[in-house]
Design a protein around this ligand. Structure first.
Ligand code: HSE
Length: 441
């Protein structure tokens, strides 16, 4: 039986996917049964890196998703609309869907998966996170018997490239960004990458799979890398750390009685989901992930630690992920029983309880600029102590003009307590400013 694909979009990922599927001879025998039936594009006049029969290319994307001949719709156009509407229409018309669209899934996953479950079709999204790295299928299938505690990922190649360059060259963010744009890693408008929004979409998807509940994107705490300075990278280096933009989701034990007594919205355990620049110990497996690469460390029981590493973007890598989803669907379509495969479905109904950042227990790095006078370090230490913040190290090695630069690393502390101490420290006459505040893994 031939399986007919309707591909929406022929940009980098669409072109890579068509190339991979057209050149399928030495890969998997199931690929032989795939027909690239329609490819929807914005313009028929553009020159293309792939050759397709004339009747395959069309500008009528709506016609593709309602065409009774199409078995699988492959959405690789990106963006929110019309991608969301086309995915929903494809589902309503009984098509299985493969998508690389993390932004649409993280925002409209609830609507899309509810519609898919109702229609009895699958929505596959291996390419939405980590580019070519298999991470969705491992979480849904290979690791699904584990109780996952933590997912820690470098899931944005652009920011990892910028931070790696800042680290090796001692440069500032604003020095490296134009280079990243020139090389095609960062967009002309780099907001989605450098402000952590792309990573937030991805960790929302990973957390949902790992912790078995839906995630509201607005609950994901998000801080980007614009404020990371070469001064902090240099201090971090001296203290034994590198700075990485991490996307983290982990189970949380609530310390505050008021939160513990609050009625839970679901039976799912509370989790923290966040994106922020983080000091990572040089000995940690994620510390050595440099350049545009991605890596995702999954920790659970009984598996222990599993780290998945590889290219997080690029035509070939992403096409590999898209094609693996297509292959899974071809196998499902050729299964004569047609019984739904729960390992391919998304059956989450409830929302995860996301705890506020004040409840997070983590280490902090803070850099203070203060007057260079007796007793300042003592006052900082006393204030932290009063708020239950225990310090791991305090260093004063440099000056910025007349001001002394004091760097503090804490032990694990409840974020709310640490912030209260900082509010008090801000009022000290000897304290000029607190230019940096970063979490430590
Ligand atoms: N813009 C993303 C990154 C790649 O820099 O990793 C696509 O998800």
């Amino acid at each position: 039986m031939g399986v007919k694909l309707g591909i929406l979009g022929l940009g980098t990922v669409g072109t890579g996917t068509v190339q991979l599927l057209q050149n399928n001879g030495f890969r998997h025998p199931l690929l032989q049964s795939i027909e690239i039936y329609r490819v929807g594009v914005r313009s028929l006049d553009k020159s293309r890196a792939v050759t397709l029969p004339e009747n395959v290319l069309t500008t009528d994307l709506e016609a593709i998703v309602i065409d009774p001949e199409v078995d699988i719709v492959v959405e690789v156009m990106g963006g929110l609309e019309p991608a969301r509407s086309l995915i929903l229409k494809a589902i309503q018309n009984g098509k299985h869907v493969v998508t690389a669209n993390k932004a649409a899934i993280s925002r409209f996953g609830d609507e899309i998966f509810s519609a898919a479950n109702q229609a009895g079709v699958y929505v596959m999204l291996e390419a939405a996170v980590g580019g070519g790295i298999p991470v969705i299928q491992p979480l849904k299938q290979s690791l699904s018997v584990n109780r996952i505690h933590t997912i820690t990922g470098i899931v944005n190649g652009t920011t990892n490239y910028i931070l790696s360059r800042m680290q090796t060259e001692g440069s500032n963010f604003s020095d490296v960004l134009p280079d990243a744009q020139r090389l095609g890693y960062a967009e002309a408008d780099p907001t989605a990458d450098v402000d952590g929004l792309d990573a937030a979409d991805k960790i929302a998807i990973l957390a949902s799979l790992a912790f078995g509940g839906r995630i509201k994107l607005e609950d994901v705490y998000c801080e980007g890398i614009r404020q990371v300075s070469k001064t902090d990278i240099a201090y971090a280096e001296k203290l034994g750390f590198v700075i990485k933009l991490l996307a983290i989701a982990n189970r949380i034990t609530l310390s505050s009685p008021s939160l513990r007594l609050a009625p839970l919205t679901s039976s799912l355990s509370p989790i923290s989901v966040r994106v922020h620049p983080t000091l990572v110990p040089k000995t940690h497996p994620l510390a050595s992930i440099n350049g545009v690469n991605n890596a995702i460390l999954i920790e659970g029981e009984p598996i222990g630690q599993v780290m998945l590493f590889g290219p997080g973007a690029g035509a070939g890598a992403t096409a590999s992920a898209v094609s693996s989803d297509i292959l899974n669907l071809v196998a499902a379509l050729q299964n004569s029983t047609k019984a739904p495969n729960p390992l391919l479905q998304c059956g989450h109904q409830d929302y995860c309880q996301i705890v506020p950042m004040t409840e997070l227990v983590t280490r902090f790095y803070a850099r203070f600029l203060t007057k260079d006078q007796p007793g300042v370090i003592g006052k900082l230490g006393t204030c932290f102590g009063d708020h239950g913040v225990s310090l791991e190290s305090v260093v004063q090695t440099g000056f910025q003009g007349e001001l002394a630069e004091i760097v503090v690393v804490t032990h694990d502390v409840r974020e709310g307590d640490f912030r209260q101490a900082l509010t008090e420290i801000h009022t000290f006459a000897a304290v000029d400013s607190i230019p940096s505040l970063l979490r430590v893994l």
